[in-house]
Write a protein that binds this ligand. Structure first.
Ligand SMILES: [Fe+2]
Ligand SMILES: [Fe+2]
Length: 271
C-alpha cells in the first residue's frame, strides 16, 4: 500500500471535476498540473513506439520465411504509425517532436546481450527502458511480441478511457494492432516450444527477458501512479496492470511447458 499523499486545493478540485466527467481536448485551457503528467505519458509512449519500430526493423530481413518478412514489415509499419500518431498529439500541444527525433539516439541499443539495467535509463530520451535492450535472436523477437506487445496492450487498455480525448481516440486503432502483434508472439511461442532444442533456447531467453518486462510496469511503490489515476490518465495501479499481464503469461507458459522465473522487484531496484 502506498502511503497517503498530500494534495493541494487546486489538485483536489481538478480530481473532483475529472471524476465528475471533465474531459480535455487539445485546445482546451489546461491546468499545468494536468498538462505535465499528460506530456510525460505521451513522450514515453511516442519514444517507445519509435525506438520499438527501429528495433524490429532488422528482423524484416532476418525473419525465417518470406511470409514472416511480410508480417514483420507490417509490424514495423504499425509501430512507426503509432509513433507518428502520438508525436502528432504532442505537436498539437506545442511540442517540437521533429527536432527531438532528429537529435535523440532513438536507435541506440545496449551492446551487452545479457544486461539487466533494472529501472535505469541509458540515454536522454523517454522510451520505456526495455527498448534499450537489443533483439539479438528470432526467439527474442518472438518474446518481444509475446511479452512487450502484450504489456503495452495491458497498459493501453487504460487509455481507452482516458480523460484526454485526442489520446483516447488515437489509441483505439493502436490497441487493436498491439493485440495482433502479441498474437504473432503467441503463435510462435507455441511453434518454438514443440521443438525440444528451440524450446530450451526459448526458456533461456525467457529467463533473461522476464525481469526486463516486469520492470516495464514501474515500481509498485511509485507515488505518481495514484496521481495519474486521479487525473483520469490511468485506471489501475502499476501492480494491478502487472497482475493481469502475468495471469495471461502464466496460462500460456503452462500450456507450452515453460517455467516463469521468480521476479524480485527489490533486486531490480538495486541495479
Ligand atoms: Fe506500438
Ligand atoms: Fe507492437
Amino acid at each position: 500500500m502506498s502511503e497517503a499523499i498530500e494534495y493541494s486545493q487546486e489538485e483536489l478540485t481538478l480530481f473532483d471535476e475529472i471524476k465528475n466527467g471533465r474531459r480535455f481536448e487539445a485546445d482546451d485551457e489546461m491546468p499545468e498540473i494536468y498538462r505535465k503528467p499528460l506530456m510525460n505519458l505521451l513522450w514515453m509512449q511516442g519514444d517507445s513506439e519509435y525506438s520499438g519500430a527501429l528495433g524490429y526493423m532488422p528482423w524484416i530481413e532476418k525473419a525465417p520465411s518470406v511470409r514472416e518478412k511480410v508480417l514483420i514489415a507490417q509490424i514495423v509499419k504499425d509501430e512507426m504509425r503509432h509513433a507518428s500518431v502520438i508525436y502528432g498529439l504532442l505537436k498539437e500541444l506545442g511540442e517540437d517532436t521533429e527536432t527531438h527525433v532528429e537529435n535523440s539516439e532513438l536507435g541506440y541499443k545496449l551492446e551487452e546481450d545479457e544486461a539487466n539495467i533494472g529501472f535505469k535509463r541509458m540515454k536522454d530520451d523517454f522510451r520505456v527502458n526495455i527498448f534499450y535492450y537489443g533483439i539479438n535472436y528470432w526467439t527474442d523477437f518472438i518474446l518481444f511480441n509475446f511479452l512487450m506487445d502484450r504489456a503495452a496492450g495491458h497498459q493501453l487498455e487504460d487509455t481507452l478511457d482516458s480523460s484526454y480525448l485526442p489520446w483516447k481516440k488515437g489509441i483505439e486503432g493502436i490497441y487493436k494492432e498491439e493485440v495482433m502483434h502479441l498474437a504473432h508472439g503467441d503463435k510462435w511461442v507455441r511453434i518454438l516450444s514443440k521443438e525440444p532444442k528451440e524450446k530450451e533456447f526459448l526458456q533461456k531467453r525467457l529467463n533473461l527477458w522476464w525481469p526486463r518486462v516486469m520492470n516495464v510496469f514501474g515500481k509498485s511503490t511509485g507515488k505518481s501512479n495514484e496521481f495519474y489515476m486521479k487525473l483520469g490518465l490511468k485506471k489501475r495501479t502499476n501492480k494491478e496492470i502487472r497482475a493481469s499481464f502475468v495471469a495471461e503469461i502464466v496460462e500460456l507458459c503452462e500450456e507450452c511447458g515453460l517455467t516463469l522465473p521468480e521476479y524480485n522487484e527489490a533486486e531490480n531496484l538495486k541495479k
